[in-house]
Every structure is written in C-alpha cells, then in structure tokens.
Ligand binder design. Structure first.
Ligand code: DGY
Length: 322
C-alpha cells in the first residue's frame, strides 16, 4: 500500500503527478486557505505533508496526527515548524535550501536599488499625472555604487548579496552574524565582520537576511533604527517579525532613516496600516524567491524529501533527527 500524503496548498501539477507515482495524494489544488483545525482534519491518517511555509506545525497538530512522519517545507525558512516539538514527536522536518539562493539574492538587490533610488514613489507620481516639469532634486535618492552595504545574517543568501554588492557595485561590505565566516568566505564576499552596533551606525544600506526565531524577534526596533544614519536604507527579505513594523513606519515618517524596502511583514499577508501610508517604503508581497524555475526547483526539492524519506528513509535536506 502506498503511503498517504497531503499537499497543503496548490503547487505545480507536474510535482503533484510526480508525488502521485509514490503516494496516495490528497492535494489542495483549489488552494483553499485552511484553518489549523481544517489542516489537522485533512492530515489525519497521512504519513507526510507538503507545506509551503505558512502552515504551523506544532505540538497540538502533532498530537492529533500520530501517523505523521515528515513535514516537507517548500521554503528555506522554517519558522512555521516547532522543531523541538517535531523532534520530540519523532517527526522529520525538511526545508528547501540552496535552490533559491541566487534568485533571492537577485531580488534583495533589486529591492535595495528600487528603495534607494525611490522607484516606487517616482512611478506612482508619474502614473498620477504629476510629472509636469524637471526639477533638480526630483526623486533624488541614495547612491548604491561605492556606498557601504551592511548585511545582518550572513548565510547563503547574505553571501550572495555581499558578492553582488562588492563585485558588481564596488560597495564596501560589512556584516554581522551569529558566528564569523571563515577567512576564505570573507575574502570571496569581500566582507568585513563588525558588531551589530557598528553595522547599524555605519551601513548606508542595511539588508536583513537572518532567520526568524525568538532571539531575532524585533531585532530591528525603535532603538536600532535610531542608531542608523538618517540617509540609510533598510531592506527586509528575511521574515516580518524581525522588524518592528510600527516602529519602522514611525521612523520612516520622522525620517529617522530615509527609506525601506520590505518583502516580508509581521502577520502577513496583513500589512501594518501605518506602512501603507508612508511614501518612502517599497512594499512587495513576499516574492523574493518567485521565479518559475526557482519555485519549481523548490517544489521538486520538497517532493524529493518526501519521496526519499518515506520510500527509502533518506531525506535530501533534513532539519532534525527523527
Ligand atoms: C523561503 O524560502 O523561506 C522564502 O521566504 C519563501 O519564499
């Protein structure tokens, strides 16, 4: 008998078909948004679940679904998983690293440029028919080339952004991370390790790429924003809870910093209402990894984790012992 799996959201039909060769598949191709109770109801009796990053896997769900063996996330971030509870319940978690690194770093850089050069504000102005004449300081923003790029969280994506900045735009790169990179990687990224305080004080552009956890919750709040340059740009492509969105909206309004670019939000898809009313912020709906080849590679990696683990006990990218 084939193991049973649930695919919690709509995904590429070819990946559903691939999974169906190995499993009895229940798939949410209608892309309904299930409550936790509905997810639990549909997960009962299933050995595996394909998640996309928004489904909370916690002790209550695990207790209600004792046959569950693996949760495969189609995302590199896995803050939707309570890994301690999963390990205690002997349920494996897997994520989808590496395949999205370059695409996400591209987007981080695009958002940095759009933010520093005020592209969204300028486009709204043009579409609103307000462009009637030239002015010397019209939408004058901040330079990227030759400036200081700060990176908080220097994993694979942070390193990708560092390389783009250092090699493509001649930026000085400084970073802060839980642990310092080895000398060869620092050289490759042309990146200098500094304290978080130094990073905040010195960066012209600060990009957040650290994982979300209880210890990174509101890592950027009012106190941190106050340490940044009034001309600085802040970009968040990591997770919403890392930034205190209310404090950021206030800092943008008061010009404590010049501008922000946000792809992720605390409580998304809801966006803090104050962020919607400040002009100097570029807002995108969590699309940093969104190119078709990358999303397909992420889906295939999540599928390969389910297949590898449930058919041979060999996951590709395991997160915990289970
Ligand atoms: C990830 O993979 O964690 C991204 O945020 C999802 O697009």
């Amino acid at each position: 008998m084939k193991p049973k799996i649930l695919i919690a959201r709509a995904i590429f039909p070819e990946v559903v078909a691939k999974l169906a060769q190995h499993f009895e598949v229940t798939s949410n191709q209608a892309d309904e948004l299930w409550t936790s109770a509905q997810l639990i109801e549909r997960l009962k009796g299933k050995q595996g679940v394909f998640t996309t990053g928004g489904e909370r896997i916690d002790a209550a769900l695990l207790a209600a679904c004792p046959e569950l063996k693996i949760c495969a996330n189609m995302a590199v971030g896995y803050n939707n998983f309570d890994i301690a509870a999963m390990t205690a319940a002997r349920v494996l978690g897997t994520n989808a690293p590496d395949v999205l690194t370059e695409t996400t770093a591209d987007f981080g850089f695009a958002l940095l440029m759009a933010t520093a050069r005020r592209m969204a504000e300028a486009e709204h102005f043009l579409r609103a028919g307000q462009w009637t004449r030239w002015r010397y300081d019209m939408f004058a923003g901040a330079d990227i080339h030759g400036s200081t790029l700060g990176i908080l969280g220097m994993g694979r994506i942070g390193q990708g952004i560092a390389k783009r900045g250092a090699h493509g735009f001649g930026m000085q790169v400084i970073y802060h991370n839980r642990s310092r990179l080895d000398a060869a990687t620092e050289l490759e990224c042309k990146a200098i390790y500094v304290s978080k305080q130094e990073l905040l004080k010195t960066a012209d552009h600060l990009v957040l790429v650290l994982p979300y956890s209880a210890s990174s919750h509101h890592a950027i709040g009012a106190a941190e924003l106050a340490q940044m340059k009034p001309t600085a740009t802040l970009v968040n492509i990591a997770r919403g809870g890392i930034v205190d969105d209310a404090a950021l909206a206030l800092a943008l309004r008061n010009k404590t910093i010049a501008a922000a670019g946000l792809d992720v939000f605390e409580g998304e898809p809801a966006v803090h209402p104050d962020l919607l009313t400040v002009p100097n912020v570029v807002l995108t709906p969590h699309i940093a990894s969104a190119t078709m080849p990358t999303r397909l590679a992420m889906a295939n990696l999540a599928a390969d984790n389910l297949i590898g683990f449930l058919t041979q006990g060999k996951p590709v990218t395991p997160l915990n012992p289970a």
